[in-house]
Ligand binder design. Structure first.
Ligand code: NAP
Length: 267
């Protein structure tokens, strides 16, 4: 099943579920920057919310906002039971410490899943693992390679693949070219999250039945490209755009639903 078909099916289920709730789930997005990529991500999240009957409020702050002012705004939402989720859109302007901001969001409302105490998983790895599981990809005992070790993609992806009993390897910028080639050519599942256009191309001899999950989003001359060159000789390669980005958005809604249900359960 393609990602588009899968996401459509999952959204229909969510829409039916949300339609039956007395109080719809509600989340806020705080935006302090005004860059093109962030605007596009926010539009996507708001479109999903509207489509599914979820309330979403965009709180747009002046780019000159100080860290103290932003923390005050976060605190307000943390303490308002009306909101089940809160996102602070990254990146933040210079002078605001992203780590301080991430950790200031109440873990129960952290639907991005960035807070170490949050029970919610980061959206990109969560979206990917759910897609693999629900479309019947065998993960147990398979060689899963993750290229990139960021806190929001690479590391949590490793945890989720390990939980599914894959043999997990992570490589990064300090991996030698020789080892990189070896690991890529022995992998059954490759999750590439490097941020370099066509990092994976036909220089490598992939396993014919390999699956490449392309996380990369590279903007070049106002076009979007993945980390993998389209059309590689593998069993499945996710497209960019229209691939992992959609899974990430779906996982965000699933995190919101979990936060909503936890809130009801705990009160
Ligand atoms: P990041 O924090 O910049 O991490 C990039 C990782 O790639 C680092 O671990 C880095 O290694 C590694 N790397 C860089 N150059 C390399 C090279 N030449 N060889 C091997 N490894 C190399 O990026 P991120 O936040 O994980 O995001 C990665 C990409 O995914 C970006 O294009 C981003 O826009 C995209 N993304 C997409 C979604 C989505 O929803 N589709 C979500 C999140 C991110 P070191 O650790 O050694 O520096």
């Amino acid at each position: 099943m393609t990602i588009k078909e899968y996401v459509k099916e999952q959204k229909t289920k969510l829409k039916n579920k949300i339609g039956g709730l007395k109080v719809p789930p509600c989340f806020a997005i705080i935006q302090v920057n005004d860059d093109e990529a962030s605007n596009a991500y926010i539009r996507g999240k708001m479109k999903d919310a509207e489509e599914l009957g979820i309330k979403c409020e965009l709180i747009k702050l002046n780019p000159q906002t100080t860290q103290a002012e932003l923390l005050k705004q976060i605190d307000k939402i943390n303490n308002d039971p009306k909101y089940h989720g809160l996102i602070v859109q990254m990146p933040l302007p210079k002078g605001i410490d992203e780590e301080v901001i991430k950790f200031s969001i109440k873990p129960e409302k952290d639907i991005d899943g960035f807070h170490p105490l949050s029970s919610l998983e980061p959206c990109t790895p969560k979206g990917i693992i759910n897609y693999l599981i629900e479309t019947g990809v065998q993960i147990q005992g398979k060689n899963a390679l993750i290229i990139g070790r960021s806190n929001i993609v690479g590391k949590p992806m490793a945890k989720l693949l390990l939980k599914q009993n894959a043999n997990v390897t992570i490589v990064h910028s300090k991996t030698s070219a020789e080892d990189m080639k070896f690991y890529i050519e022995h992998a059954d599942i490759v999750v590439v999250a490097v941020g370099r256009k066509f990092f994976l191309d036909e220089r490598f001899n992939y396993r014919k039945d390999a699956i490449i999950i392309d996380v990369g989003i590279n903007r070049v001359d106002s076009h979007l490209y993945g980390d993998a060159k389209p059309g590689l000789n593998v069993q499945l390669q996710t497209p960019v755009p229209g691939g992992v980005g959609l899974l990430t958005r779906l996982a965000l809604i699933n995190n919101l639903m979990e936060a909503y249900e936890n809130e009801i359960f705990n009160n």
